[in-house]
Design a protein around this ligand. Structure first.
Ligand code: FAD
Length: 510
Protein backbone atom coordinates (compact mmCIF):
# COMPACT_ATOMS: atom_id res chain seq x y z
CA UNK A 1 0.00 0.00 0.00
CA UNK A 2 1.29 3.47 -0.89
CA UNK A 3 0.27 5.88 1.85
CA UNK A 4 0.83 9.59 1.28
CA UNK A 5 0.59 11.84 4.31
CA UNK A 6 -0.01 15.56 3.76
CA UNK A 7 1.62 17.57 6.56
CA UNK A 8 4.36 16.71 9.06
CA UNK A 9 2.71 18.17 12.18
CA UNK A 10 2.11 15.77 15.05
CA UNK A 11 -1.05 14.39 13.42
CA UNK A 12 0.61 13.62 10.09
CA UNK A 13 3.69 12.15 11.75
CA UNK A 14 1.58 9.98 14.08
CA UNK A 15 -0.44 8.64 11.15
CA UNK A 16 2.77 8.09 9.17
CA UNK A 17 4.41 6.25 12.07
CA UNK A 18 1.47 3.85 12.51
CA UNK A 19 1.20 3.15 8.80
CA UNK A 20 4.95 2.72 8.27
CA UNK A 21 5.02 0.29 11.20
CA UNK A 22 2.09 -1.58 9.67
CA UNK A 23 4.08 -2.11 6.46
CA UNK A 24 2.80 0.68 4.19
CA UNK A 25 5.17 2.55 1.90
CA UNK A 26 4.84 5.98 3.53
CA UNK A 27 5.67 9.34 1.96
CA UNK A 28 5.13 12.46 4.07
CA UNK A 29 4.81 15.74 2.15
CA UNK A 30 5.60 18.92 4.06
CA UNK A 31 5.43 22.38 2.49
CA UNK A 32 7.79 23.94 5.06
CA UNK A 33 11.56 23.58 4.94
CA UNK A 34 11.43 21.79 8.30
CA UNK A 35 9.15 19.16 9.82
CA UNK A 36 6.84 19.46 12.82
CA UNK A 37 4.21 22.05 11.84
CA UNK A 38 3.48 24.25 14.86
CA UNK A 39 5.60 21.91 16.98
CA UNK A 40 8.76 22.35 14.88
CA UNK A 41 10.16 24.74 17.53
CA UNK A 42 12.45 27.69 17.01
CA UNK A 43 16.22 27.74 17.58
CA UNK A 44 18.45 30.80 17.57
CA UNK A 45 21.76 31.79 19.19
CA UNK A 46 21.72 28.84 21.59
CA UNK A 47 18.09 29.44 22.67
CA UNK A 48 15.15 27.23 21.76
CA UNK A 49 11.45 27.83 22.21
CA UNK A 50 8.29 25.96 21.43
CA UNK A 51 5.86 27.81 19.21
CA UNK A 52 3.54 28.44 22.11
CA UNK A 53 2.93 24.95 23.50
CA UNK A 54 3.03 25.13 27.29
CA UNK A 55 2.29 22.09 29.38
CA UNK A 56 0.82 19.03 27.74
CA UNK A 57 -2.03 16.86 28.92
CA UNK A 58 -1.97 13.08 29.07
CA UNK A 59 1.67 12.18 28.39
CA UNK A 60 2.04 9.84 31.38
CA UNK A 61 2.17 6.05 30.93
CA UNK A 62 -1.22 4.67 29.88
CA UNK A 63 -2.71 8.15 29.44
CA UNK A 64 -4.26 9.55 26.28
CA UNK A 65 -1.00 10.48 24.49
CA UNK A 66 1.32 8.28 26.57
CA UNK A 67 -0.64 5.18 25.52
CA UNK A 68 -0.09 6.01 21.85
CA UNK A 69 3.65 6.53 22.30
CA UNK A 70 3.82 3.23 24.20
CA UNK A 71 1.89 1.46 21.43
CA UNK A 72 4.29 2.91 18.84
CA UNK A 73 7.27 1.86 20.98
CA UNK A 74 8.72 5.38 21.34
CA UNK A 75 7.55 6.31 24.83
CA UNK A 76 11.13 6.12 26.11
CA UNK A 77 12.46 8.41 23.41
CA UNK A 78 11.07 11.47 25.14
CA UNK A 79 11.59 12.51 28.71
CA UNK A 80 8.78 14.32 30.53
CA UNK A 81 8.27 15.78 33.96
CA UNK A 82 5.06 16.85 35.63
CA UNK A 83 4.39 20.56 35.34
CA UNK A 84 1.76 23.13 36.27
CA UNK A 85 0.53 26.67 35.68
CA UNK A 86 -0.40 29.74 37.68
CA UNK A 87 -3.39 32.03 37.05
CA UNK A 88 -3.06 35.70 37.92
CA UNK A 89 -6.26 37.77 38.02
CA UNK A 90 -6.54 41.48 38.81
CA UNK A 91 -7.59 40.75 42.42
CA UNK A 92 -6.21 37.31 43.23
CA UNK A 93 -3.78 34.63 42.14
CA UNK A 94 -4.25 30.89 41.88
CA UNK A 95 -0.84 29.49 42.52
CA UNK A 96 0.17 26.23 44.19
CA UNK A 97 1.17 26.69 47.78
CA UNK A 98 4.69 25.99 49.06
CA UNK A 99 3.39 23.24 51.28
CA UNK A 100 1.28 20.68 49.43
CA UNK A 101 -2.22 20.59 50.90
CA UNK A 102 -3.64 17.60 49.04
CA UNK A 103 -5.86 16.86 46.08
CA UNK A 104 -8.53 19.46 46.85
CA UNK A 105 -6.27 22.35 47.85
CA UNK A 106 -7.73 24.64 45.18
CA UNK A 107 -11.27 24.16 46.46
CA UNK A 108 -10.20 25.08 49.99
CA UNK A 109 -8.00 27.93 48.79
CA UNK A 110 -10.82 29.46 46.72
CA UNK A 111 -13.23 28.98 49.62
CA UNK A 112 -10.88 31.07 51.78
CA UNK A 113 -10.92 33.89 49.20
CA UNK A 114 -14.66 33.58 48.47
CA UNK A 115 -16.19 32.29 51.75
CA UNK A 116 -19.75 32.99 50.58
CA UNK A 117 -19.23 30.51 47.72
CA UNK A 118 -18.22 27.48 49.78
CA UNK A 119 -21.39 25.51 49.04
CA UNK A 120 -21.02 26.16 45.33
CA UNK A 121 -17.39 25.07 45.43
CA UNK A 122 -18.31 21.80 47.16
CA UNK A 123 -21.00 21.16 44.55
CA UNK A 124 -18.66 22.01 41.66
CA UNK A 125 -16.03 19.58 42.93
CA UNK A 126 -18.66 16.81 43.17
CA UNK A 127 -19.40 17.46 39.48
CA UNK A 128 -15.65 17.39 38.81
CA UNK A 129 -15.26 13.90 40.31
CA UNK A 130 -18.25 12.58 38.38
CA UNK A 131 -16.87 14.06 35.16
CA UNK A 132 -13.46 12.42 35.64
CA UNK A 133 -15.18 9.08 36.36
CA UNK A 134 -17.16 9.45 33.12
CA UNK A 135 -14.02 10.15 31.11
CA UNK A 136 -12.20 7.21 32.70
CA UNK A 137 -15.07 4.86 31.85
CA UNK A 138 -15.38 6.22 28.30
CA UNK A 139 -11.70 5.63 27.65
CA UNK A 140 -11.82 2.14 29.16
CA UNK A 141 -14.81 1.30 26.94
CA UNK A 142 -13.03 2.55 23.83
CA UNK A 143 -9.76 0.74 24.46
CA UNK A 144 -11.21 -2.61 25.49
CA UNK A 145 -13.49 -5.09 23.77
CA UNK A 146 -16.28 -7.53 24.65
CA UNK A 147 -17.59 -7.68 28.19
CA UNK A 148 -15.17 -5.12 29.69
CA UNK A 149 -16.18 -2.58 27.08
CA UNK A 150 -19.88 -3.30 27.56
CA UNK A 151 -19.73 -3.05 31.36
CA UNK A 152 -17.78 0.22 31.12
CA UNK A 153 -20.40 1.65 28.76
CA UNK A 154 -23.28 0.68 31.04
CA UNK A 155 -21.53 2.20 34.09
CA UNK A 156 -20.81 5.31 32.06
CA UNK A 157 -24.46 5.82 31.12
CA UNK A 158 -25.53 5.30 34.75
CA UNK A 159 -23.05 7.99 35.84
CA UNK A 160 -24.26 10.31 33.09
CA UNK A 161 -27.94 9.90 33.94
CA UNK A 162 -28.17 12.60 36.68
CA UNK A 163 -26.36 15.07 34.39
CA UNK A 164 -28.68 14.57 31.41
CA UNK A 165 -31.02 17.49 32.29
CA UNK A 166 -27.97 19.81 32.07
CA UNK A 167 -26.49 18.39 28.91
CA UNK A 168 -27.70 21.31 26.77
CA UNK A 169 -26.50 24.01 29.17
CA UNK A 170 -23.78 26.37 28.06
CA UNK A 171 -20.79 27.26 30.25
CA UNK A 172 -22.25 30.61 31.22
CA UNK A 173 -25.42 29.04 32.60
CA UNK A 174 -23.56 26.15 34.21
CA UNK A 175 -20.99 28.29 36.03
CA UNK A 176 -23.72 30.65 37.29
CA UNK A 177 -25.41 27.62 38.86
CA UNK A 178 -22.35 27.11 41.07
CA UNK A 179 -20.94 30.60 41.67
CA UNK A 180 -22.42 34.08 42.03
CA UNK A 181 -19.19 36.12 42.09
CA UNK A 182 -17.98 36.93 38.57
CA UNK A 183 -14.37 36.77 39.80
CA UNK A 184 -14.80 33.17 40.90
CA UNK A 185 -16.68 32.37 37.70
CA UNK A 186 -13.65 33.81 35.91
CA UNK A 187 -11.34 31.36 37.68
CA UNK A 188 -13.12 28.52 35.85
CA UNK A 189 -14.14 30.03 32.51
CA UNK A 190 -11.24 32.38 31.72
CA UNK A 191 -9.44 29.50 29.99
CA UNK A 192 -12.20 29.59 27.34
CA UNK A 193 -10.54 32.75 26.01
CA UNK A 194 -7.60 30.50 25.13
CA UNK A 195 -9.95 28.30 23.13
CA UNK A 196 -11.37 31.45 21.52
CA UNK A 197 -14.87 30.31 22.37
CA UNK A 198 -17.54 32.37 24.10
CA UNK A 199 -18.82 30.89 27.38
CA UNK A 200 -22.34 31.11 25.92
CA UNK A 201 -21.23 28.72 23.15
CA UNK A 202 -19.14 26.25 25.15
CA UNK A 203 -20.78 23.12 26.64
CA UNK A 204 -21.31 23.63 30.38
CA UNK A 205 -20.45 20.04 31.22
CA UNK A 206 -17.05 20.60 29.60
CA UNK A 207 -15.92 23.03 32.34
CA UNK A 208 -14.17 20.33 34.43
CA UNK A 209 -12.36 19.15 31.28
CA UNK A 210 -10.70 22.53 30.81
CA UNK A 211 -9.87 22.91 34.52
CA UNK A 212 -8.05 19.71 35.46
CA UNK A 213 -6.61 20.00 38.95
CA UNK A 214 -3.17 18.52 38.06
CA UNK A 215 -2.66 21.50 35.72
CA UNK A 216 -2.51 23.74 38.79
CA UNK A 217 -0.21 21.63 40.94
CA UNK A 218 2.10 18.93 39.65
CA UNK A 219 2.00 17.20 43.04
CA UNK A 220 -1.73 16.41 42.87
CA UNK A 221 -2.45 12.64 42.79
CA UNK A 222 -4.23 11.52 39.64
CA UNK A 223 -6.89 9.32 41.28
CA UNK A 224 -9.96 11.37 42.27
CA UNK A 225 -11.99 8.36 43.40
CA UNK A 226 -11.84 4.56 43.24
CA UNK A 227 -13.04 4.82 39.64
CA UNK A 228 -12.01 8.23 38.33
CA UNK A 229 -8.62 9.36 37.13
CA UNK A 230 -7.67 12.84 36.02
CA UNK A 231 -4.97 13.56 33.42
CA UNK A 232 -1.44 14.54 34.31
CA UNK A 233 0.21 17.66 32.87
CA UNK A 234 3.76 17.48 31.67
CA UNK A 235 6.58 19.32 30.02
CA UNK A 236 8.73 17.48 27.50
CA UNK A 237 12.42 17.97 28.16
CA UNK A 238 13.62 20.15 25.29
CA UNK A 239 10.06 21.14 24.28
CA UNK A 240 7.92 19.47 21.61
CA UNK A 241 10.75 18.99 19.13
CA UNK A 242 12.02 15.69 20.63
CA UNK A 243 8.51 14.27 20.11
CA UNK A 244 8.53 15.39 16.48
CA UNK A 245 11.96 13.80 15.99
CA UNK A 246 10.91 10.54 17.68
CA UNK A 247 7.90 10.13 15.37
CA UNK A 248 9.86 11.13 12.26
CA UNK A 249 12.66 8.73 13.27
CA UNK A 250 10.17 5.88 13.51
CA UNK A 251 8.82 6.59 10.02
CA UNK A 252 12.32 6.59 8.55
CA UNK A 253 13.33 3.43 10.45
CA UNK A 254 10.43 1.66 8.73
CA UNK A 255 11.47 2.81 5.28
CA UNK A 256 9.24 5.89 5.08
CA UNK A 257 10.29 9.08 3.35
CA UNK A 258 9.68 12.63 4.58
CA UNK A 259 9.94 15.33 1.92
CA UNK A 260 10.27 18.93 3.04
CA UNK A 261 9.64 21.93 0.78
CA UNK A 262 7.02 19.73 -0.90
CA UNK A 263 3.57 21.31 -0.96
CA UNK A 264 0.68 19.07 -2.00
CA UNK A 265 -1.18 21.00 -4.70
CA UNK A 266 -3.86 18.49 -5.65
CA UNK A 267 -5.29 15.07 -4.80
CA UNK A 268 -5.90 13.07 -7.96
CA UNK A 269 -8.93 10.82 -8.15
CA UNK A 270 -9.76 7.76 -10.15
CA UNK A 271 -13.39 6.65 -10.10
CA UNK A 272 -14.08 8.45 -6.82
CA UNK A 273 -11.00 7.01 -5.08
CA UNK A 274 -7.64 8.65 -4.46
CA UNK A 275 -4.88 7.71 -6.89
CA UNK A 276 -2.12 10.18 -6.09
CA UNK A 277 -1.00 13.52 -4.74
CA UNK A 278 0.32 16.25 -7.03
CA UNK A 279 3.23 18.29 -5.68
CA UNK A 280 4.31 21.87 -6.29
CA UNK A 281 7.36 20.70 -8.29
CA UNK A 282 5.11 19.11 -10.92
CA UNK A 283 5.55 15.49 -9.78
CA UNK A 284 2.76 13.20 -8.58
CA UNK A 285 3.18 10.60 -5.84
CA UNK A 286 1.04 7.49 -6.38
CA UNK A 287 -1.29 6.79 -3.46
CA UNK A 288 -3.70 4.05 -2.40
CA UNK A 289 -4.36 6.01 0.78
CA UNK A 290 -4.00 9.70 1.52
CA UNK A 291 -4.04 10.97 5.10
CA UNK A 292 -4.35 14.75 5.00
CA UNK A 293 -3.82 17.20 7.83
CA UNK A 294 -3.79 21.00 7.94
CA UNK A 295 -6.81 23.07 6.91
CA UNK A 296 -10.10 21.30 6.18
CA UNK A 297 -11.21 23.89 3.60
CA UNK A 298 -7.76 23.90 2.00
CA UNK A 299 -7.70 20.09 1.73
CA UNK A 300 -11.27 19.49 0.61
CA UNK A 301 -11.89 22.55 -1.57
CA UNK A 302 -8.40 23.32 -2.96
CA UNK A 303 -6.85 19.85 -3.19
CA UNK A 304 -9.93 17.69 -3.87
CA UNK A 305 -12.34 20.28 -5.31
CA UNK A 306 -15.83 21.16 -4.09
CA UNK A 307 -17.33 19.60 -7.25
CA UNK A 308 -15.93 16.21 -6.26
CA UNK A 309 -17.69 16.26 -2.88
CA UNK A 310 -21.31 15.70 -1.86
CA UNK A 311 -22.96 19.08 -1.16
CA UNK A 312 -23.88 18.07 2.40
CA UNK A 313 -20.27 17.22 3.21
CA UNK A 314 -19.01 20.48 1.68
CA UNK A 315 -21.55 22.42 3.77
CA UNK A 316 -20.30 20.67 6.94
CA UNK A 317 -16.73 21.72 6.09
CA UNK A 318 -17.91 25.31 5.57
CA UNK A 319 -19.53 25.16 9.01
CA UNK A 320 -16.43 24.17 11.06
CA UNK A 321 -15.93 26.81 13.78
CA UNK A 322 -12.27 27.82 13.75
CA UNK A 323 -10.28 29.43 16.53
CA UNK A 324 -8.31 32.62 15.94
CA UNK A 325 -4.56 33.12 15.95
CA UNK A 326 -1.69 34.21 18.21
CA UNK A 327 0.66 37.17 18.47
CA UNK A 328 3.89 35.99 20.04
CA UNK A 329 7.29 37.25 21.15
CA UNK A 330 10.13 34.85 21.85
CA UNK A 331 12.94 36.40 23.84
CA UNK A 332 16.37 35.12 24.77
CA UNK A 333 17.39 37.02 27.90
CA UNK A 334 20.65 37.23 29.79
CA UNK A 335 19.29 37.16 33.34
CA UNK A 336 17.18 35.03 35.63
CA UNK A 337 13.55 36.28 35.75
CA UNK A 338 12.75 34.06 38.78
CA UNK A 339 12.63 36.90 41.34
CA UNK A 340 9.70 38.37 39.32
CA UNK A 341 8.06 35.22 37.92
CA UNK A 342 8.85 32.15 39.94
CA UNK A 343 6.67 29.78 37.93
CA UNK A 344 7.35 28.57 34.39
CA UNK A 345 3.82 29.17 33.07
CA UNK A 346 1.71 32.10 34.21
CA UNK A 347 -1.54 33.30 32.65
CA UNK A 348 -2.07 36.99 33.35
CA UNK A 349 -5.82 37.50 32.96
CA UNK A 350 -6.81 41.15 32.88
CA UNK A 351 -10.58 40.91 32.45
CA UNK A 352 -13.42 38.76 33.78
CA UNK A 353 -15.54 39.55 30.71
CA UNK A 354 -14.52 36.49 28.67
CA UNK A 355 -17.67 36.66 26.51
CA UNK A 356 -16.84 40.22 25.42
CA UNK A 357 -13.11 39.54 25.03
CA UNK A 358 -13.70 36.59 22.67
CA UNK A 359 -16.35 38.51 20.75
CA UNK A 360 -13.91 41.37 20.14
CA UNK A 361 -11.16 39.03 18.91
CA UNK A 362 -13.60 37.32 16.56
CA UNK A 363 -14.53 40.67 15.05
CA UNK A 364 -10.91 41.62 14.38
CA UNK A 365 -10.33 43.95 17.33
CA UNK A 366 -6.97 43.10 18.91
CA UNK A 367 -6.77 43.83 22.63
CA UNK A 368 -3.00 44.48 22.47
CA UNK A 369 -2.51 42.35 25.58
CA UNK A 370 -4.89 44.44 27.71
CA UNK A 371 -7.41 41.59 28.15
CA UNK A 372 -4.64 39.18 29.09
CA UNK A 373 -1.38 37.54 28.04
CA UNK A 374 0.82 34.73 29.19
CA UNK A 375 4.47 34.29 29.93
CA UNK A 376 6.15 30.92 29.69
CA UNK A 377 9.78 30.36 30.63
CA UNK A 378 10.52 26.85 29.31
CA UNK A 379 14.17 26.99 30.38
CA UNK A 380 13.02 26.69 34.02
CA UNK A 381 11.95 23.12 33.16
CA UNK A 382 14.60 22.49 30.56
CA UNK A 383 17.82 24.45 31.18
CA UNK A 384 19.20 23.16 27.85
CA UNK A 385 16.77 25.51 26.08
CA UNK A 386 18.99 28.52 26.86
CA UNK A 387 22.73 29.17 27.20
CA UNK A 388 24.13 29.08 30.72
CA UNK A 389 22.89 32.00 32.83
CA UNK A 390 20.23 32.87 30.23
CA UNK A 391 16.55 32.05 29.78
CA UNK A 392 14.13 31.45 26.92
CA UNK A 393 10.95 33.48 27.43
CA UNK A 394 7.72 33.17 25.44
CA UNK A 395 5.11 35.94 25.70
CA UNK A 396 1.84 35.74 23.80
CA UNK A 397 -1.80 36.63 23.44
CA UNK A 398 -4.63 35.31 21.36
CA UNK A 399 -5.10 37.57 18.34
CA UNK A 400 -7.43 37.93 15.36
CA UNK A 401 -6.36 36.56 11.98
CA UNK A 402 -7.03 39.91 10.34
CA UNK A 403 -7.03 43.30 12.00
CA UNK A 404 -9.89 45.73 11.86
CA UNK A 405 -7.35 48.49 11.15
CA UNK A 406 -4.05 47.98 9.31
CA UNK A 407 -2.19 44.74 8.72
CA UNK A 408 -0.02 42.55 10.96
CA UNK A 409 3.00 43.40 8.83
CA UNK A 410 2.47 47.14 9.36
CA UNK A 411 1.70 46.93 13.08
CA UNK A 412 4.06 44.15 14.17
CA UNK A 413 6.64 46.37 15.94
CA UNK A 414 3.99 48.59 17.54
CA UNK A 415 2.20 45.55 19.03
CA UNK A 416 5.48 43.92 20.10
CA UNK A 417 6.35 47.12 21.99
CA UNK A 418 2.95 47.26 23.70
CA UNK A 419 3.07 43.60 24.72
CA UNK A 420 6.60 44.01 26.08
CA UNK A 421 5.46 47.05 28.09
CA UNK A 422 2.84 44.84 29.76
CA UNK A 423 5.27 41.94 30.23
CA UNK A 424 7.79 44.30 31.82
CA UNK A 425 5.08 45.32 34.28
CA UNK A 426 5.54 41.77 35.58
CA UNK A 427 9.20 41.06 34.78
CA UNK A 428 11.13 44.35 34.70
CA UNK A 429 14.25 44.49 32.56
CA UNK A 430 13.25 42.07 29.81
CA UNK A 431 14.38 44.49 27.09
CA UNK A 432 17.48 45.61 28.95
CA UNK A 433 18.66 41.97 29.17
CA UNK A 434 17.47 40.92 25.72
CA UNK A 435 20.00 39.02 23.61
CA UNK A 436 17.67 37.87 20.85
CA UNK A 437 14.06 38.26 19.78
CA UNK A 438 11.68 36.49 17.39
CA UNK A 439 8.23 38.00 16.78
CA UNK A 440 5.55 35.77 15.23
CA UNK A 441 2.33 37.33 13.93
CA UNK A 442 -0.85 35.61 12.72
CA UNK A 443 0.43 36.17 9.15
CA UNK A 444 3.59 34.20 10.02
CA UNK A 445 1.45 31.42 11.49
CA UNK A 446 -0.59 31.30 8.26
CA UNK A 447 2.63 30.75 6.31
CA UNK A 448 3.96 28.12 8.73
CA UNK A 449 0.71 26.15 8.69
CA UNK A 450 -0.32 26.74 5.05
CA UNK A 451 -3.70 28.06 6.21
CA UNK A 452 -5.75 31.00 4.98
CA UNK A 453 -7.31 31.33 8.44
CA UNK A 454 -4.87 30.34 11.16
CA UNK A 455 -6.65 28.63 14.04
CA UNK A 456 -4.08 27.98 16.74
CA UNK A 457 -5.98 25.13 18.31
CA UNK A 458 -7.91 24.12 15.18
CA UNK A 459 -11.62 23.56 15.61
CA UNK A 460 -13.18 25.70 18.37
CA UNK A 461 -15.22 23.71 20.93
CA UNK A 462 -18.60 25.24 20.07
CA UNK A 463 -21.74 23.39 21.19
CA UNK A 464 -23.44 21.49 18.38
CA UNK A 465 -20.55 21.94 15.93
CA UNK A 466 -17.85 19.52 14.88
CA UNK A 467 -14.51 19.39 13.12
CA UNK A 468 -13.89 17.59 9.84
CA UNK A 469 -14.58 13.83 10.03
CA UNK A 470 -11.68 11.39 9.73
CA UNK A 471 -13.52 9.29 7.16
CA UNK A 472 -14.32 11.32 4.05
CA UNK A 473 -16.64 10.69 1.10
CA UNK A 474 -13.60 10.18 -1.14
CA UNK A 475 -12.44 6.55 -1.01
CA UNK A 476 -8.94 6.29 0.41
CA UNK A 477 -8.89 9.89 1.72
CA UNK A 478 -8.70 10.37 5.49
CA UNK A 479 -8.45 13.59 7.47
CA UNK A 480 -6.63 14.13 10.77
CA UNK A 481 -5.28 16.96 12.92
CA UNK A 482 -6.36 20.06 14.76
CA UNK A 483 -9.25 20.87 12.41
CA UNK A 484 -10.81 17.48 13.06
CA UNK A 485 -10.68 17.71 16.86
CA UNK A 486 -12.74 20.05 18.99
CA UNK A 487 -10.41 22.21 21.12
CA UNK A 488 -7.43 20.38 19.76
CA UNK A 489 -4.59 20.10 22.25
CA UNK A 490 -1.75 17.80 21.30
CA UNK A 491 -3.32 14.99 23.33
CA UNK A 492 -6.55 15.26 21.33
CA UNK A 493 -4.73 15.50 18.01
CA UNK A 494 -2.77 12.34 18.83
CA UNK A 495 -5.84 10.45 20.03
CA UNK A 496 -7.93 11.57 17.04
CA UNK A 497 -5.21 10.33 14.72
CA UNK A 498 -5.05 7.03 16.59
CA UNK A 499 -8.82 6.66 16.06
CA UNK A 500 -8.56 7.58 12.38
CA UNK A 501 -5.75 5.08 11.80
CA UNK A 502 -7.75 2.36 13.53
CA UNK A 503 -10.72 3.02 11.21
CA UNK A 504 -8.45 3.27 8.18
CA UNK A 505 -6.69 -0.02 8.92
CA UNK A 506 -10.03 -1.81 9.26
CA UNK A 507 -11.36 -0.25 6.06
CA UNK A 508 -8.23 -1.06 4.01
CA UNK A 509 -7.45 -4.36 5.80
CA UNK A 510 -3.94 -3.26 6.78
C1 FAD B 1 0.64 29.08 19.75
C2 FAD B 1 0.13 27.71 20.02
C3 FAD B 1 0.03 27.26 21.34
C4 FAD B 1 -0.43 25.98 21.60
N1 FAD B 1 -0.46 25.53 22.89
C5 FAD B 1 -0.76 24.24 23.14
C6 FAD B 1 -0.63 23.71 24.45
O1 FAD B 1 -0.20 24.41 25.38
N2 FAD B 1 -0.98 22.42 24.67
C7 FAD B 1 -1.44 21.63 23.66
O2 FAD B 1 -1.73 20.46 23.90
N3 FAD B 1 -1.58 22.11 22.41
C8 FAD B 1 -1.24 23.38 22.12
N4 FAD B 1 -1.35 23.88 20.86
C9 FAD B 1 -2.04 23.07 19.84
C10 FAD B 1 -1.20 22.00 19.20
O3 FAD B 1 0.15 22.40 19.12
C11 FAD B 1 -1.75 21.74 17.80
O4 FAD B 1 -3.14 21.51 17.86
C12 FAD B 1 -1.11 20.52 17.15
O5 FAD B 1 0.28 20.53 17.29
C13 FAD B 1 -1.53 20.53 15.69
O6 FAD B 1 -0.95 19.47 14.99
P1 FAD B 1 -1.42 19.22 13.49
O7 FAD B 1 -0.60 18.12 12.95
O8 FAD B 1 -2.89 19.06 13.43
O9 FAD B 1 -1.15 20.60 12.72
P2 FAD B 1 0.21 21.45 12.30
O10 FAD B 1 1.19 21.35 13.39
O11 FAD B 1 -0.32 22.74 11.88
O12 FAD B 1 0.73 20.61 11.08
C14 FAD B 1 0.14 20.65 9.81
C15 FAD B 1 1.27 20.58 8.82
O13 FAD B 1 0.73 20.38 7.52
C16 FAD B 1 1.49 21.14 6.61
N5 FAD B 1 0.67 21.34 5.42
C17 FAD B 1 -0.57 21.89 5.36
N6 FAD B 1 -1.02 21.88 4.11
C18 FAD B 1 -0.06 21.29 3.37
C19 FAD B 1 0.06 20.99 1.97
N7 FAD B 1 -0.91 21.28 1.09
N8 FAD B 1 1.19 20.36 1.55
C20 FAD B 1 2.19 20.04 2.42
N9 FAD B 1 2.13 20.33 3.73
C21 FAD B 1 1.01 20.94 4.19
C22 FAD B 1 1.82 22.41 7.35
O14 FAD B 1 2.94 23.06 6.78
C23 FAD B 1 2.10 21.87 8.75
O15 FAD B 1 3.46 21.55 8.88
C24 FAD B 1 -0.86 25.14 20.54
C25 FAD B 1 -0.76 25.59 19.23
C26 FAD B 1 -0.25 26.85 18.97
C27 FAD B 1 -0.11 27.29 17.54
Amino acid sequence: MNAVIIGSGLSGLTAGAYLAKAGCRVTVLEQNGDIGGVTMGIRREGFSWDMGQLILEGFGPGEQAGYILEELGIFDRICTSRADRTYSFPEFVIRKEEEFRGLWWRRDYLARIFPAEKKGLDAYYRLYVRFMELVTLARRAERSAGLVSLVSKVRMYLKLLPLLPRIGWNARRMIARYFADERLQGAFISILADFVVRPSQFPGLGIPAVNPEPAFDARVPLEVSRLGRQPSYRFIDGGCRPLVDALAGLIREHGGEIRTGAAATGITLDNGAVSGVACGDGTTVAADIVVASGGAKEVFFDLVGRDNLPAKFAAAIDDIPLMESIFMIQLGVEFDPRPFQRDAVVYYYRTYDIEGAVERIQSGRYHEGNDGFLICIPSYYSPSMAPQGCHAVTIYTIAPNSLEEGTWGERRDEFAGKLLDLAEGVIPGLRAHERTRVVITPDDFKRITHLRHHAFGGCAPVMGKKGAPHRTPVRGLWFVGAQSESGAGINNVLEGTWRAVRMLRRAHRI
